[in-house]
Design a protein. Structure first.
Lengths: 189, 136
């Protein structure tokens, strides 16, 4: 019961934070609000017993992503420039999409339902066999690192690829390719 | 940040603890919540905090951008290497059971290595991202 109340309050706060981010024209404040949003998400994950995910969300979402936002803002500017206009076709598309998503929610199994394919297909095998096959006390680690090793390999590659992508777009390629800022600095010194 | 005396002192105290906690999360991932992803991110957060307080140039002196790039690739290669080692030992790709004489010990060894690979790649990539966005 307590957890339900906490979940309810957290979800309400998430909603308020999302509205605040949407209304905010100062991008510095908006970045800070996204950090707060991530931190509340992390709390929600703790309530859902997904501590590993909460860990990542708190460190990446609330920590590093916020810093990257701020780093970008330091390069671009802290105020949103475009004016806010209400677009009627856009509103209709959003309403239709939202309505379809809510309609689709009817097919989603209830939270904690034991008879869903997710719970019945492989989860039981993992829970039964992990203690003898892998013998690692943390079931999450044994699934993530061993049973689902391919997926984790893919995820690691995705992160690596993301790093390469950022390097190619923003990174300094070497001493020959210097950004405008570097050249300006050199002229000053 | 030269004049933020309190911030610098607090960061000096916190950064070693953050790194220690990251190592704990990395190597305690078999027993409690955590693992390579979480540890890598926390480890990178320690470096990024250093960069925020003392300046990106000082952080570049501590960890050279070239080193970070190489480490990001090394983590993925370590992960793939463990998979190929499993193939060479007569199992499938990423089958750790064949890495040691005892299948369970092989699993532990494999998980330790691939988690290390994940941690190294994640931490390095986060620092790469910070370097790319945080220009002086």
């Amino acid at each position: 019961m307590t957890v339900t109340i906490i979940n309810f309050i957290l979800l309400c706060l998430l909603f308020v934070a999302a509205l605040a981010i949407n209304q905010q024209r100062n991008l510095f404040a908006a970045s800070m609000l996204t950090g707060i949003y991530s931190l509340m998400c992390a709390s929600l994950f703790v309530c859902l017993d997904a501590v590993d995910v909460a860990f990542t969300e708190a460190a990446v979402g609330a920590g590093i992503a916020t810093i990257l936002f701020l780093g970008t803002l330091a390069l671009t500017g802290f105020e949103e420039k475009t004016e806010v206009k209400v677009s009627i076709p856009g509103l209709i598309i959003v309403l239709i999409t939202g309505g379809l998503l809510i309609y689709g929610l009817q097919d989603i199994p209830l939270f904690g339902d034991a008879n869903t394919p997710v719970q019945t297909y492989l989860a039981g095998k993992y829970i039964d066999d992990s203690a003898t096959e892998i013998a690692v006390p943390n079931l999450v680690t044994s699934i993530l690192a061993s049973y689902r090793g391919y997926d984790t390999f893919g995820e690691t590659t995705v992160i690596f690829t993301a790093g390469i992508g950022v390097l190619m777009l923003l990174g300094r390629g070497g001493k020959k390719k210097k950004g405008l800022l570097d050249e300006a600095e050199e002229k000053q010194s | 940040m030269e004049h933020h005396f309190v911030l610098r002192i607090v960061a000096r105290l916190l950064i070693p603890l953050i790194m220690l906690f990251a190592l704990y999360v990395q190597f305690h991932g078999d027993y409690g919540p955590g693992g390579g992803f979480q540890a890598g991110v926390i480890f990178a957060a320690g470096f990024i905090l250093y960069g925020l307080i003392y300046g990106v140039d000082k952080l570049r002196d501590v960890v050279h951008p070239g080193v970070v790039r190489s480490l990001a690739a090394f983590g993925v290669l370590l992960y793939a290497g463990v998979g190929i080692a499993g193939m060479l030992s007569g199992g499938e790709f990423l089958n750790y059971s064949v890495l040691a004489t005892d299948p369970v010990a092989g699993q532990h060894f494999g998980i330790l290595l691939i988690e290390a690979g994940v941690g190294i790649t994640v931490a390095s990539t986060m620092v790469i991202l910070f370097y790319a966005f945080a220009r002086p």
